[in-house]
Design a protein around this ligand. Structure first.
Ligand SMILES: C[S@@+](CC[C@H](N)C(=O)[O-])C[C@H]1O[C@@H](n2cnc3c(N)ncnc32)[C@H](O)[C@@H]1O
Length: 412
């Protein structure tokens, strides 16, 4: 393989980053772009005494890891079981002996796979799987997946680490291109990438990358639990001094859609219906069944109401007869869910707790949705004080789109 071909392959797969570009700590797999990690690190730097930190929307555990490295105890919840598994693997502590034994297991797996001594697993039931991987890559991944299973104990930390590396490799070998917002395929000319590359070497490199991160155990403890941010007290114990989180944005992005290759390969999903159901249970989900459910969704009477929200909903609903109503329902449901979330958050905050919500505003049919102001209004109504909306950065080429840090203090 030429250097250029390899470079292209790696670029296409560049969905994974070092945890902290400055310090090089923890190389894993994450959803958030580099600037989000930086924002979380900057916020965390302001808190020097050990605290109990909560992130109700874990994602790839950026806050939990950052808090643990800063010596805090952190608890984070997510509704997606794949992200809970990933977060647990990222925040766990690993001994040198464990890391050495994972390295050995990786060599054994690679040897067996390259010698063809492994019965491959069946390819996962991903719709149009041939669009994702060319036959050679698919064959390799099926053998590698089987090799990891045969070469490590179920639920062992070794297997977890090898599977995180496997996630990195499967994306590198895929035809899909990732960017932060959505996943799309390259045009047809690029669907068959020339694969005269050493796929086993790619996996080996990914294992090394993951183990480098695993070697640097954080000082504080991070706990990642499955839970719904609308019912926090059912998922977490005790009270928290600080919340730093990036909730789902009102942008119709589906985390399930973005994560489906990993989720299918690792057995967290086995059909499209289940994917849609999971998306419906998540805040801001709009994929598959979630979209059709939205069209029949009725706004309950007792939710958060605000003149700014009512005007926006009315304008969105009347912009376009067919999709306007669904979109207005989408926005209304999003704010209902966030309202429910804030109502459950106050039950688990200590007196004087500070909260930071990193969130973007949105535009639908030319209607600007000031998400940050609506968050601030919700917090005000619940009795928070010191409420501020600080612009963090411009989001993209649309001049009205920004990201904000909505912060406040819970007087208790
Ligand atoms: C913007 S992402 C968080 C990104 C995160 N800061 C990171 O480092 O990757 C939002 C997360 O909220 C999760 N989520 C959506 N609805 C939820 C709910 N009701 N309860 C808990 N988590 C939820 C999604 O699964 C997704 O992982």
């Amino acid at each position: 393989m030429s250097a250029i071909a390899r470079e292209k392959l790696l670029q296409r797969a560049d969905y994974t980053h070092k945890f902290n570009a400055n310090t090089g700590r923890h190389g894993w797999l994450r959803l958030t772009p580099a600037y989000s990690v930086k924002i979380v690190e900057e916020l965390m730097d302001q808190y020097v005494h050990p605290l109990r930190v909560l992130d109700p929307f874990c994602g790839t555990a950026t806050t939990a890891l950052s808090a643990a490295y800063h010596g805090h105890e952190s608890v984070t919840t997510d509704i997606n079981p794949f992200l809970v598994w990933l977060g647990q693997t990222k925040t766990a502590r690993y001994s040198s002996a464990l890391i050495a034994s994972t390295r050995d297991r990786c060599s054994q797996v690679i040897e067996k796979v390259t010698r063809g001594k492994i019965e491959p697993v069946k390819a996962p039931p991903i719709h149009n799987i041939e669009r994702w991987w060319c036959p050679e890559a698919l064959e390799f991944l099926c053998a590698l997946r089987a090799g990891i299973e045969a070469g490590s104990k179920e639920n062992s930390p070794e297997r977890d680490l090898l599977l995180v590396a496997f996630c990195r490799t499967l994306i590198k070998l895929s035809n899909a291109s990732f960017n932060h917002q959505s996943m799309s395929f390259k045009d047809d000319r690029q669907l068959r990438i020339p694969l005269q590359i050493d796929m086993a070497q790619i996996f080996n490199g990914d294992v090394r990358f993951v183990l480098d991160g695993a070697e640097q155990s954080p000082e504080g403890a991070g706990y990642v639990v499955f839970g719904d941010a609308r019912m926090l007290s059912e998922a977490v114990d005790g009270y928290f001094d600080l919340t730093i989180t990036s909730p789902p944005y009102v942008n119709r992005m589906s985390y399930i859609r973005e994560l489906r290759p990993y989720m299918y390969w690792l057995g967290f999903l086995d059909n499209g219906r289940a994917a849609g159901e999971l998306d419906w249970s998540a805040i801001g989900g709009t994929w598959g069944i979630a979209t059709s459910r939205l069209s029949d969704w009725e706004r309950p009477g007792e939710m958060f109401k605000h003149p700014m929200l009512e005007t926006a909903l009315d304008r969105i609903a009347h912009y376009d007869n067919k999709s306007g109503k669904i979109l207005a329902n989408y926005v209304a449901k999003y704010f209902e869910d966030i309202w429910e979330h804030f109502n459950s958050l106050i039950l688990v905050l200590n007196k004087g707790a500070e909260i930071h919500y990193i969130v973007g505003n949105s535009v639908f049919y030319g209607v600007l949705l000031s998400v940050e102001r609506l968050y601030a209004a919700m917090l005000g109504r619940l009795g928070f004080d010191n409420i501020e909306c600080r612009v963090i950065r411009k989001r993209n080429s649309k001049k009205e789109l920004f990201e904000f840090d909505v912060s406040a203090r819970w007087p208790g």
